[in-house]
Write a protein that binds this ligand. Structure first.
Ligand SMILES: Cc1ncc(COP(=O)(O)O)c(C=O)c1O
Length: 343
């Protein structure tokens, strides 16, 4: 990517900082398929402890971490409930069905808003005539939901619903760090609500690779086996785990800066009637339904001005702030976008 381009497509585009590269270069490593990589073991223990879970497993991507977790809680031919915009049913290329034989059913997505009564009303009991529901999945923060944060009270209510029906509750917590920083909810308080979680080190935290699956010791033992079957067993991967440990130590609290930058971008574009929903974290969702420019046209024009944005649909687009977007870049991007939206 050219030095002058401001890349607001995603928070996955960050490059390792010098400190992170140093941590990677000096990491102690071993063969992790033999369970002999001390840096991976330390990362897994640290992340499990942060969320108050018994164990964690390092995985190469958020998608694999989600899919391992779903296979832990939903047997083949049984059912997962989630919202229609959830990453697990939108961007994971049918993996739940392909690898887990999992049947998925969705409730209509309204950003990060969830009505637990709607979810409860969808649950199908065991019986020979219907697909039995086994798990509910939520996404914190919600990617297609504009970086929205599910309130703790809603999550507690969903936990109650899951318990009442004997279901598992999974959290796709790719950006749960952002929710923690935005709502000041301790990570362990989130952790206590879920049977399984996936969390990412490469979205906003700045690591080049890496996610973790969290759960009970028994579940993670099984998860290790599923990961190997999916081709996700890795060897001297402490080099990557070291980047993740560095990210946890240095890049969590600073997410507040990304949120403030997103808020500034939102403030700049709001007068043009294109803000899809209030900005809570590092994602600025754009709704261009009432604007003369559609999403592709805006993205092309922005690129010509040196700003990259994501097109999510014909009239929806997205700006994302992250570690590699400076304050000056935010000012330049805001000026370019307001110029284009005004025209
Ligand atoms: C909410 C959410 N979950 C899961 C993922 C999957 O992560 P990966 O791209 O590492 O597979 C993403 C990726 O952007 C995401 O936004």
């Amino acid at each position: 990517m050219g030095e002058n381009l401001i890349d607001l497509r995603s928070d996955t585009v960050t490059r390792p900082t010098p400190g992170m590269r140093e941590a990677m270069a000096t990491a102690e490593v071993g063969d992790d398929v033999y369970g002999e990589d001390p840096t991976v073991a330390a990362l897994e223990a640290e992340v499990a402890a942060r969320f108050g879970h018994e164990a964690a497993l390092f995985a190469p991507s958020g998608s694999m971490a989600n899919q391992i977790a779903l296979q832990l809680v939903v047997p083949p031919a049984e059912e997962l409930l989630c919202d229609a915009d959830a990453h697990v049913v939108t961007y994971e290329i049918g993996a739940a069905a392909a690898y887990g034989g999992i049947s998925s059913r969705t409730w209509p997505a309204v950003g990060a808003e969830i009505d637990p009564d709607v979810v409860a009303g969808m649950i199908r009991p065991d019986g020979y005539f219907a697909v039995p529901t086994r798990a509910i999945a939520v996404e914190q923060t919600h990617n297609r939901g504009g970086g929205g944060v599910i309130p703790l009270a809603t999550l507690r209510e969903l936990r109650r619903v899951a318990d009442e029906h004997g279901l598992a509750l999974h959290c796709d917590g790719a950006r749960i760090w952002h929710a923690h920083v935005a709502d000041r909810v301790p990570l362990a308080e989130y952790g206590a609500l879920f049977d399984t979680m996936s969390v990412c080190l490469s979205k906003g935290l700045g690591a080049p690779v890496g996610s973790l699956v969290l759960g009970s010791a028994e579940k993670i033992e099984r998860a290790r086996w599923i990961r190997k079957r999916m081709g996700g067993g890795m060897r001297q991967v402490g080099i990557l785990a070291a980047a993740g440990r560095y990210a946890l130590d240095h890049h969590v609290e600073r997410l507040a800066e990304d949120h403030a930058k997103a808020a500034r971008l939102a403030e700049a574009v709001a007068p043009y009637g294109v803000l899809a929903s209030p900005v809570r974290t590092n994602i600025v969702p754009l709704d261009l339904t009432k604007h003369p420019l559609d999403a592709k046209a805006l993205a092309a024009a922005a690129r010509a001005e040196g700003v990259l944005i994501s097109v999510l649909g014909p009239r929806t687009a997205r700006l994302v702030t992250h570690l590699d977007v400076s304050d000056a870049a935010v000012d330049r991007a805001a000026a370019a976008l307001t110029h284009l939206l005004r025209a």
